[in-house]
Design a protein around this ligand. Structure first.
Ligand code: PLP
Length: 350
């Protein structure tokens, strides 16, 4: 069956050309630092984000927890948003593996956290309190509709954190989407943070992998943490080659995904009973079913996604709200797929 898979941008399949690059990759033992393809990928990504060094990791989750382990120690406190991926969807790794105490503040709809709230949350030096060590931000912000957060906000938040002796980690799983949406370079978005994690396995279309970037000294310490969590891989150039290919070929085309997301959102808003939660800035579209307009409260996101599936269109009910669901555009979804999806959606709610 020929499914249009809008569940996530993680579902992309490596293209023939990417597979070819993987098959031909020059490899070595990366735990000895001897894999030329891994080294190349790390250097390429570090250069893109204007940092000294990069570290290839198995996943975004691994990159975030390695960053937390490197920045903070047991009992230290990390400030982050209540809708942060690191807080919601990473198995409690910050607490479970790093022993770091999450201090949760409210995310605004645009994915930011109010700067006054951050300032208020930072602990004074007192034996009763954990030490405020790390601020974690996310760009684009997944649960805030794929919002692209501007460099000026990141600069201001980082300046605030730094003035209190804290470090700043950016979950940039979709950093390139943010840069394209904002019309800036990735390095402009990361110029004030201390570390950033970027995923290769989402819109960039690689089958696996993320890169954590920071100063040379930070990455040297992160290398040890990656080993501790079992992330020391050997001839990893085979998979890093997909990342190199993705950086060379799949960055600029992310703009197409944004156009397709906007087309999808406009179409959804024209279907009675459906509405997008906010106009998509990047490739994520969050939508809501209005059960009163539908005249049937049992017609929820699970029911809608069931009907879509029977027409070979896949989307994810959110879980946290029975009437909300997420659709994601990516490099295996065309404009024609969006049009077909909208036809199927129109029929499904009729
Ligand atoms: C914002 C964000 N950060 C981190 C991750 C984790 O990436 P991975 O699934 O590779 O562990 C995701 C995955 O969807 C994400 O959306």
């Amino acid at each position: 069956m020929n499914f249009i898979d809008l569940r996530s941008d993680t579902v992309t399949k490596p293209s023939d050309a990417m597979r070819e690059a993987m098959a031909r990759a020059v490899v070595g033992d990366d735990v000895y630092g001897e894999d030329p393809t891994v080294n190349r990928l790390q250097e390429m990504m570090a250069e893109r984000v204007g940092m000294e060094a990069g570290l290839f990791v198995a996943s975004g989750t691994m990159g975030n927890v390695v960053a937390i382990l490197t920045h903070a120690g047991r009992g230290d406190e990390m400030i982050l948003g209540h809708l942060a991926h690191t807080f919601l969807y990473e198995g409690g790794a910050a607490a479970g593996l790093a022993g770091v105490h999450p201090h949760i503040l409210r995310n605004e709809d645009d994915g930011t956290i109010d700067l006054d709230a951050i300032e208020e949350a930072i602990r004074p030096d007192n034996v009763h309190f954990p030490i405020s060590r790390l601020l974690c931000l996310e760009d684009t912000h997944n649960r805030c509709g794929g919002a692209a957060i501007a460099a000026e906000y990141l600069d201001a938040a980082a300046q605030l954190a730094h003035s209190h002796g804290m470090s700043v980690h950016l979950d940039g799983a979709r950093l390139f989407n943010a840069a394209i949406a904002l019309g800036v370079t990735p390095a402009e978005l990361t110029r004030s943070v201390d570390s950033v994690m970027i995923c290769l396995s989402k819109g960039l279309g690689a089958p696996v992998g993320s890169v954590l970037c920071g100063t040379r000294a930070f990455i040297d310490r992160a290398l040890r943490m990656r080993k501790i969590v079992g992330g020391g891989m050997r001839q990893a150039g085979i998979i890093a080659a997909a990342g190199v290919y993705a950086l060379e070929h799949n960055v600029d085309r992310l703009a197409e995904d944004h156009v397709n997301a906007a087309r999808l959102a406009a179409g959804i808003n024209s279907i009675p009973g459906l509405r997008v939660l906010s106009p998509p800035q990047t490739n994520l579209v969050y939508l809501e079913i209005d059960p009163t307009q539908m005249g049937d409260t049992s017609f929820d996101a699970a029911a809608l996604s069931g009907r879509l599936r029977s027409e070979e269109v896949l989307a994810t009910p959110l879980g946290s709200n029975p009437y909300q669901m997420r659709m994601v555009t990516h490099l295996d979804v065309t404009a024609a797929d969006i049009d077909r999806t909208l036809t199927v959606m129109r029929d499904a709610v009729r």
